[in-house]
Design a protein around this ligand. Structure first.
Ligand code: UDP
Ligand code: MG
Length: 320
């Protein structure tokens, strides 16, 4: 039986220090898997240069010149990790049966690829790499990252806990991904929406071995905000439900103010003032919530997500 073709896609931004070691390790890994006939000899590593300002592209071109097992893609401009990754996936998809994505710093244990490919052979379309421990992360990073996954879950977004962008996708899963045309890319949220049979593989996350993190706090916050606002309209709903609550409270306050007035122990103007402040506040929030609902709809429409992805059809009549 012919083994499937594996592509490993790596977005690289200013990774001149990490790439020589990373490329060597990945070639050793794929060589070994080829020998065991787990993957085809046409399997390759796709390196995407995300508009780096250092010698990253030089390093990638040299690798490609020396070794046909590397494929190089250069983005014209720095578009960020998620876009660079997508560019690599879509470049590789036509040549690959399955694609693994990972970071250039090999913080994600590359030995898990073996297990991922194993699961592919078992019939899984998506295999998520999940971090078992976060001991190498600082307390701050761990706390914010895990908090982020919890908030996402609470907002009803379907994401895999402690999974970053280390995953295997079959060709048809990547083709499904290609149908998501949204510009604010948050792959961790999109991939579960593609569907198909999936599973997870756990691994321990190591420290970055060369260069420094390309995700400073500012980018991390922007990324988290992007994730939430790209997948959940719950914050809008929250405005609406607050409006309802304030409106109900305003009615109670109105009754209370009237009763107090009738009982005669209020000063002049207090009743109308009390009533109008609460009433107007409530109506404003309700109005905002209603407008928000429509904006939520517009926002869902503009994303033009695929309405469905068919996995298989049985007994379909062929019109011959
Ligand atoms: N990266 C990228 N474009 C960017 C920022 C990062 O392609 O604008 C790549 C980077 O080269 C690395 C991966 O995304 O391969 C993850 O970045 P990093 O390891 O710095 O993130 P961290 O592990 O610190 O969250
Ligand atoms: Mg990293």
């Amino acid at each position: 039986m012919k083994a499937p073709v594996l592509y490993i896609v790596i977005p690289c931004y200013n990774e001149e220090e990490a790439l020589p070691i990373t490329s060597e390790k990945l070639i050793a890994l794929t060589d070994d898997m080829m020998k065991r006939n787990l993957i085809d000899v046409k399997s390759r590593v796709t390196l995407v240069d995300d508009g780096s300002r250092d010698r990253t592209w030089q390093v990638i071109s040299d690798l490609c010149k020396r070794d046909k097992r590397f494929e190089g893609v250069k983005l014209a401009h720095n578009r960020g990790h998620q876009n660079a990754l997508l560019a690599g996936l879509l470049t590789a998809v036509n040549d690959a049966d399955m694609i693994v994505s990972m970071d250039a710093d090999l913080q994600d244990d590359i030995n898990a690829v073996d297990e991922m490919v194993d699961d592919y052979h078992k019939g899984y379309d998506v295999v998520y790499g999940v971090r078992s421990k976060r001991e190498t992360d600082t307390f701050f990073k761990r706390f914010t990252a895990e908090g982020f996954y919890k908030v996402m879950k609470a907002l009803g977004v379907d994401i895999v806990f402690n999974h970053a962008d280390y995953r295997l996708m079959s060709r048809r899963a990547v083709e499904g991904l290609a149908q998501f045309t949204e510009v604010n890319l948050f792959l961790r949220g999109i991939v579960p929406q593609i569907g198909y049979k999936w599973t997870t593989v756990t691994y321990e996350r190591a420290e970055r071995f060369a260069g420094e993190s390309k995700y400073p706090l500012k980018k991390m916050i922007a990324f988290a905000a992007d994730g939430i606002t790209s997948f959940s309209v719950k914050p809008i709903r929250l405005v609406f439900s607050t409006g309802v609550v304030v409106f109900i409270v305003s009615l109670i306050m109105l009754i209370y103010a009237l009763v107090a007035k009738l009982a005669g122990h209020t000063s002049v103007g207090w009743t109308s003032l009390m009533g109008s402040i609460w009433l107007i506040g409530g109506i404003q929030l309700l109005g905002l919530g209603v407008v928000g609902e429509y904006i939520g709809k517009i926002y869902n429409e503009t994303k033009r997500r695929p309405r469905f992805i068919i996995e298989s059809v049985l007994n379909k009549a062929d019109n011959e």
